[in-house]
Design a protein around this ligand. Structure first.
Ligand SMILES: C[S@@+](CC[C@H](N)C(=O)[O-])C[C@H]1O[C@@H](n2cnc3c(N)ncnc32)[C@H](O)[C@@H]1O
Length: 396
């Protein structure tokens, strides 16, 4: 029967999307009322408005619900929605359709056979593997009068799946989507999935259709605030042509506050900064410890084979203070070679000419975590337990 009832905050929100647009003599339908979740919010509306509630499971109908439908212009149909003739048209439909997997739609009122029959020629557009809710939504579209609106809540899987294409196609073909309210999580208790509220308008004349779909991305239902409030929720506009390829999954908000995540600066022993720039790699970085002043140095990520910096080290000639004879000779040679270079080392040449300590390296205290880029996918985070100095190929 697919009996998952809508939480009250969400139901109130859905009703608030159309309640203020209701006009005298309008007709409203909920094709599967359950405990009359949505329509009960409309008990006080203008009595000329006609309310129709359908429900297959009589056991859900309480005395209160019976009283509700005794009022003028209200009708309770205890039968399958599939038995409601398509000739019945409505200005508003509000619903949370039943979820029943196609494998279970074999017998009884919700058998595929009856569901398809109720859609007559339109049944051709429904793929055989569709869940029961797809039949409910499609049939509802054809119960809408021209410009009639349907507010429906369904899980958000249709946004991502191939199977959801049928629904997207139907919404665009037979009308336009006024808005999609995407609740990323906790819209339904006990269901770790997101939900969408679809605000759809049946439009027969293609020229009247919207070219943009408003997408409201929300974390939880609590964000919509209280009933009836006219707060303006932030939204994005998606051109209808992009609706089919739009990557709704990238919208997913990661909750960094849950225990799995820690800010990098909390696990890094140093403030995050770029590594050490060498003066001229050729003269100042060696693969062996060639000079007594050289210090171990992590140079590039490709030379590191695990996620722990071990022996994949280079050596940096980090001079600051006493210089040995051997190193002094090396420096003098380096100076000559650099000055003899044509266009290369332009800035360094200037340094050499104006600064007698041109070879000094600004050391930065090493951190225990190295990573190679800030804003890339697949960043390698390397543990630098021994606190080696690292090159400016890294951030630490
Ligand atoms: C997901 S529940 C939603 C109930 C209620 N509208 C709510 O949102 O809380 C779906 C309802 O559809 C009813 N249902 C299942 N098959 C049906 C059918 N063929 N015709 C009418 N109602 C049906 C179930 O009994 C259930 O109450």
């Amino acid at each position: 029967m697919g009996q998952v009832f809508t939480p009250h905050l969400l139901a109130k929100f859905m009703v608030s999307l159309f309640q203020s647009d209701l006009k005298e003599n309008n007709k409203i339908l909920d094709p599967c009322i359950g405990p009359n979740t949505f329509l009960s919010y409309l008990d006080d509306i203008n009595s000329s408005i006609q309310i129709t509630g359908v429900e297959l499971d009589e056991s859900l109908i309480s005395e209160n619900i019976k009283e509700f439908y005794k009022k003028p212009n209200r009708q309770l149909i205890l039968d399958s929605f599939f038995n409601l003739p398509l000739a019945n048209k409505f200005d508003y439909i509000v619903q949370n359709p039943p979820y029943v997997r196609q494998e279970l739609m074999m017998n009884g009122e919700n058998s595929k056979l009856l569901a398809l029959k109720s859609l007559s020629s339109l049944s051709q557009i429904i793929p055989a593997k569709s869940n029961l809710y797809v039949y409910f939504l499609l049939k509802s579209i054809f119960h809408l009068a021209d410009h009639g609106r349907m507010i429906a809540v369904i899980y958000d899987s249709w946004l991502y799946s191939d199977f959801g294409k049928v629904l997207k196609d139907a919404f665009v073909r037979f009308g336009s989507i006024e808005g999609i309210y995407h609740f990323k999580k906790n819209a339904f208790p006990d269901a770790e999935v997101g939900a969408t509220v679809i605000d759809f308008k049946r439009i027969i004349n293609p020229k009247e259709k919207n070219k943009l779909i408003k997408l409201y991305s929300l974390k939880t239902v609590d964000e919509v605030g209280f009933y009836g409030s006219k707060i303006k929720l932030p939204f994005k506009q998606i051109p209808v042509q992009e609706f089919f390829t739009y990557r709704f999954s990238e919208e997913t908000v990661i909750d960094f506050k849950i225990g799995l995540f820690k800010p990098i600066e909390k696990i890094n022993s140093q403030p995050i900064q770029r590594g050490i720039s060498s003066i001229a790699n050729k003269f100042f970085i060696q693969q062996q410890k060639t000079f007594e002043e050289s210090i171990p140095f992590v140079k590039d990520v490709t030379s590191i084979t695990s996620f722990n910096v071990k022996n994949e080290l280079f050596y940096l000639l980090a001079l600051n203070g006493h210089i040995s004879e051997k190193t002094q000779k090396h420096l003098d040679n380096a100076k000559k070679e650099i000055l003899a270079e044509g266009e290369k080392f332009k800035a360094l040449k200037e340094q050499i000419e104006h600064n007698p300590n041109w070879y000094k390296v600004q050391l930065k205290k090493p951190g225990n975590l190295l990573f190679n880029y800030y804003l890339r996918k697949n960043i390698d985070f390397l543990l630098n337990e021994e606190l080696h100095y690292s090159s400016d190929n890294f951030i630490f």
